[in-house]
Structures are given as structure tokens and as C-alpha cells.
Design a protein around this ligand. Structure first.
Ligand code: ADP
Ligand code: MG
Length: 237
């Protein structure tokens, strides 16, 4: 019985916000393209995880989201899949300007994981994904960004370096994700995050994911998100 209680607690989902879209039960409910459905099937993702059930329709509706859920709950696909849809919805994909989607993550390992996840779903649609983090040649990164891309997955420090080198501008960016925001704060990236956010047009869609919501992160979220829906899964937030 203890186990059942613990299990129910782990599934507890609290959603708050104005006029929140209904959760989905299946990926079919999301209205994804046939190509994207094929890529999802290839991952053997049978059905969305609890946070994906809540977050997918909300993010797909264009709303800002604060997502609070522990590691392993499937947060990545809940922002990567709608990012692909968001990009495919743009009228002029071919133009070589800066990224449409920008994802910031605290470490190169996490950025690399997100990069791989984005590549899986972007491949079939011809969306270019660039990874921008330390430990890779700045010149190679510069050249890759100059050639153009639709998605950049980056650690904040290296992204700032690339912006300073004029490898990219964020004039075209309309979809911003701050992943593992609490860890980015712990690592001292708050100034870099603020600088990056300040360079992205205010009419963007902004998503902030975090395992915990300390006051500093909550304060940033309130400053940079517009009318967000807050989704908290399990015993957090
Ligand atoms: P988080 O960012 O919340 O820590 P991830 O997005 O990294 O979690 O996902 C954790 C693991 O679950 C990954 O291996 C991912 O491939 C897998 N996963 C994500 N969504 C699903 C799904 N709908 N069905 C099955 N596995 C999934
Ligand atoms: Mg994650």
C-alpha cells in the first residue's frame, strides 16, 4: 500500500495558469505531421510521459510554460517536438539567418543529449541543428553557424562567445528554451542567460524547465515569461 501511495505521489501533476489547453493521451492527439509521427515511432515512444501529456498541447498552442519535473521524466521531447512544429510553421525556412529555436542547457553533456534528441526528430524534415558548447573548436562552430541553422543547442557561455564573434544573430529566434534552469543558476550562468534573453525578440515563445524552483529561478521566470502555464509533476515545485 505504501508503494501505491508513493507511486501516486510521483504521478501527481499540478497545472496552473489561465485558459489551459487539455492534456493529450497519445501522440496521435497532437496533430503531428506524418514524418514526425514516423520519427516518434522509430524511437519506440509508445505514448507520451505524464509531463509530455500535459506540456505538448500547451507548448503546441504557443503558450509559455514553466515545467517542473525530476530528471528522467521526458522533458526533452516535450520541448523538442513542438520546436520542430514551430519551425515547420515558419513561412521562409530557406533563408539563411540565425536560429529559430534556441535551447540553453547548463553543461556540454546535457546540451549534447538535447542536440541528439533534436537531430532525431529534425532529420526527416531537413531542419539544421547546431551544437554550441565548450570543448569544440570555436572556428568550426563559427563556420557551421555561419552556414545557417534552424536550431541551436548551447551552453550559455559558448553561445555568448559565438554571438560576440558574430557567428549568429538571434533576429529570427522565436522559440527559446531554458533547460535545467536551476543548474544553470547554480553554475553562475544567470548574467549570460539574461544577456541571451535580452537579444531575443519579446514576442517569442519561452519555455523554462527545472527540477526545482528556487526563488531566483522563479523571479527570472516571472520576468521573462508571458502569461505562463505552470506544470509541476510529482513532489516538486
Ligand atoms: P528529462 O529531461 O526529464 O530528464 P529526458 O527527456 O532526458 O528526461 O528523457 C528520459 C528518457 O526517457 C530518455 O532516454 C528518453 O529517450 C526517454 N523518453 C522520453 N519520452 C519518452 C516516451 N514518451 N516514451 C518512452 N521513452 C521516452
Ligand atoms: Mg532534461
Amino acid at each position: 500500500e505504501q508503494d501505491v501511495t508513493e507511486y501516486k505521489k510521483s504521478l501527481a501533476i499540478r497545472v496552473s495558469g489561465f485558459d489551459v489547453p487539455r492534456p493529450v493521451k497519445t501522440f496521435q492527439d497532437c496533430g503531428f505531421s506524418a514524418e514526425l509521427m514516423k520519427a516518434i515511432a522509430k524511437q519506440a515512444y509508445e505514448k507520451p510521459t505524464p509531463i509530455q501529456c500535459q506540456a505538448l498541447p500547451i507548448v503546441l498552442s504557443g503558450r509559455d510554460v514553466i515545467g517542473i519535473a525530476k530528471t528522467g521524466s521526458g522533458k526533452t521531447a516535450s520541448f523538442v517536438l513542438p520546436m520542430i512544429v514551430h519551425i515547420m510553421d515558419q513561412p521562409e525556412l530557406g533563408k539563411e539567418e540565425g536560429p529559430i529555436g534556441v535551447v540553453c542547457a547548463p553543461t556540454r553533456e546535457l546540451a549534447h543529449q538535447i542536440y541528439l534528441e533534436a537531430k532525431k526528430f529534425a532529420k526527416s524534415d531537413g531542419i539544421r541543428v547546431s551544437a554550441v558548447y565548450g570543448g569544440m573548436s570555436k572556428l568550426d562552430q563559427f563556420k557551421e553557424l555561419k552556414a545557417g541553422c534552424e536550431i541551436v543547442v548551447a551552453t550559455p557561455g559558448r553561445l555568448i562567445d559565438m554571438i560576440k564573434m558574430k557567428a549568429l544573430t538571434m533576429l529570427r529566434t522565436t522559440y527559446l528554451v531554458l533547460d535545467e534552469a536551476d543548474r544553470m543558476f547554480d553554475l553562475g550562468f544567470e548574467p549570460q542567460i539574461r544577456s541571451i534573453v535580452g537579444q531575443i525578440r519579446p514576442d517569442r515563445q519561452t519555455l523554462l524547465f527545472s527540477a526545482t524552483m528556487p526563488y531566483k529561478v522563479e523571479k527570472l521566470a516571472r520576468e521573462i515569461l508571458t502569461d505562463p502555464v505552470r506544470i509541476a509533476v510529482g513532489e516538486v515545485g
